[in-house]
Design a binder for this molecule. Structure first.
Ligand SMILES: [Zn+2]
Length: 421
C-alpha cells in the first residue's frame, strides 16, 4: 500500500503540474491567436480603407468620362423636348382657345410667342407680322363683331346678293363682302448663306396636340437657334388660319418672289406632333399617271439624317403595289400625304417639303378611310375633338408627349444644323 502511495502520488502531482502547465500553454496560444487575428483584422481594415479610396478614385474617373461623353452627345444631338413640353403645358393651361377669328387667347398667343422670341435675344426687327387677308361673304344679319372679335375686319358695304355664288343663291340671303386681316409671325435667323430653310407650324386652333405641340417645338427651336451659327438662313413661321383652309401658309408661299423660292432649300411643316400612336414623316408630290411620288428631296434628306441620329420614323404605308385595304390604288401614295396642312402652299410653288406628324395610318380614321386620320388605336382621333387636351393625352398615353417631342426635336435640330443639302 505504501509503495502504491509512493508511486501514485508523484504521478498525480506530475499529472497536475503537466495539466497546469498545459493550461498555461493553451491560454498563451489563444492569446497569440487573438493577437494574430487582431493584427490581421487591422491589416485588412487598413487595406479595406485603401481599396475604398481607390474605388472612389475609379468612380470619380468614370463619372468624369461619362460627363465628357454625355456632353459630346448633347453637342451633337440636342433634345429640346423638356422645354417644348413646358410650353405645351403652358399652351394647354393658358392659351387653349387660339381660334384666329374669335378665340379668346389668340392675341395673347401672339404676344406670348413674341415675348419668348425677344427673351431669347431676337430683336423686334427680326420678327415680322405678315397680315393675311381673307375674304368672306357674310349675311348682312351676321354679328361680325362677335364672329371676328380677334381679327381686324372691314366690309366694303356692297351687297353681294345673288352674285353667282352657289351658297348665296341657295341661302337666298343678302351678303356683304368682309375682309379679315390675321397675321403670320415670321422670325428670321440669318445663316452664313442666303439659302434658306422655312420651318412652320400653325398657331391657330384649339387643341393641345393640334397644334399646341407644333407651336411649342417651333418656338423652343427658334429660341435655341438664336445663338447657334448655321450654314443656312432659317425662317421660323407661325402660320395663322390653318384651321379655316391653310390661309396663312398659302399666303406666305404665294407672296414669295421667284428669287426667294429659288433660295429655299425646303420647307418643314409641323402639325400635331404628340397625340398619334407613331411619329411619321411625309414628303413629295403624287403623280397618279406615272404612279410615282416626285419632289421627295426633303423627305429623303430627313430620313438619312434620322438614321444618322439613330431615330426611326414611319411613313405612310400605302403605295400602288400595296394600297390600303379596300382600295385598288393609293389615295395618298407614300411618302406623300393629303393636302390638308401648311405644306400645301409650298408644294404648289414646287418647293420640296418635309411634314412631321404623329398619327396611325394602319387603322381606319373616323371617315372609315386609311387616310392617317385614325391617330390612335385606343381612343381614335383626338384632333378637332374635345379630347385634345393635356390631361386626356397623358391619361391614355402616359409619356407619349415627351417621347414624340423628343423624336421630332432631335430630328429638327439635326436638320437645321446640317451644312449640306
Ligand atoms: Zn393642325
Amino acid at each position: 500500500m505504501k509503495k502504491a502511495i509512493q508511486f501514485v502520488l508523484p504521478l498525480l502531482l506530475f499529472t497536475l503540474i503537466i495539466s497546469l502547465l498545459c493550461g498555461c500553454n493553451e491560454d498563451e496560444e489563444l492569446h497569440h491567436k487573438v493577437d494574430d487575428v487582431l493584427e490581421q483584422y487591422n491589416d485588412l481594415e487598413e487595406k479595406y480603407g485603401q481599396l475604398q479610396n481607390q474605388l472612389q478614385d475609379v468612380q470619380n474617373q468614370l463619372s468624369g468620362i461619362y460627363d465628357q461623353v454625355h456632353k459630346e452627345e448633347v453637342i451633337q444631338n440636342p433634345d429640346y423636348s423638356n422645354e417644348a413640353y413646358e410650353k405645351v403645358k403652358y399652351i394647354d393651361k393658358v392659351l387653349p382657345d387660339r381660334d384666329c377669328y374669335h378665340g379668346a387667347n389668340f392675341k395673347l398667343a401672339q404676344k406670348w410667342i413674341e415675348w419668348n422670341l425677344l427673351e431669347a435675344g431676337y430683336k423686334a426687327s427680326d420678327i415680322q407680322y405678315q397680315d393675311v387677308s381673307i375674304i368672306k361673304y357674310e349675311k348682312k344679319t351676321t354679328d361680325l363683331k362677335t364672329k371676328y372679335s380677334q381679327a381686324n375686319f372691314s366690309t366694303d358695304g356692297k351687297n353681294y346678293q345673288k352674285d353667282g355664288r352657289d351658297y348665296v343663291e341657295q341661302e337666298n340671303g343678302e351678303y356683304v363682302k368682309v375682309t379679315i386681316e390675321t397675321p403670320n409671325i415670321i422670325v428670321t435667323k440669318k445663316g452664313k448663306s442666303t439659302k434658306q430653310i422655312i420651318v412652320g407650324a400653325h398657331y391657330d386652333g384649339t387643341g393641345t396636340g393640334d397644334n399646341g405641340s407644333g407651336i411649342a417645338l417651333l418656338l423652343t427651336t427658334a429660341q435655341h437657334f438664336y445663338s447657334i451659327e448655321t450654314e443656312y438662313t432659317l425662317q421660323f413661321v407661325f402660320f395663322t388660319a390653318e384651321e379655316y383652309g391653310c390661309y396663312g401658309s398659302t399666303h406666305y408661299a404665294n407672296e414669295m418672289t421667284d428669287e426667294e423660292v429659288n433660295n429655299t432649300l425646303y420647307m418643314i411643316n409641323m402639325d400635331s406632333l404628340v397625340c398619334g400612336d407613331y411619329c411619321y414623316l411625309y414628303g413629295g408630290i403624287q403623280d397618279n399617271e406615272k404612279q410615282v411620288v416626285t419632289k421627295t428631296e426633303a423627305f429623303d434628306h430627313a430620313m438619312k439624317v434620322a438614321t444618322k441620329l439613330g431615330l426611326t420614323f414611319k411613313q405612310n404605308p400605302w403605295t400602288w403595289e400595296n394600297p390600303a385595304p379596300g382600295y385598288d390604288k393609293p389615295e395618298y401614295a407614300s411618302p406623300s400625304t393629303g393636302d390638308w396642312s401648311d405644306h400645301v402652299g409650298f408644294k404648289m410653288r414646287n418647293i420640296t417639303y418635309l411634314y412631321m406628324e404623329a398619327t396611325n395610318w394602319e387603322i381606319p380614321g373616323p371617315y372609315k378611310e386609311y387616310d392617317g386620320y385614325g391617330e390612335t388605336v385606343l381612343v381614335g382621333m383626338l384632333m378637332n375633338t374635345e379630347n385634345d387636351y393635356l390631361e386626356y393625352i397623358e391619361t391614355y398615353f402616359p409619356g407619349r408627349i415627351q417621347h414624340h417631342l423628343s423624336q421630332f426635336s432631335q430630328l429638327l435640330n439635326g436638320l437645321l444644323i446640317q451644312t449640306e443639302f
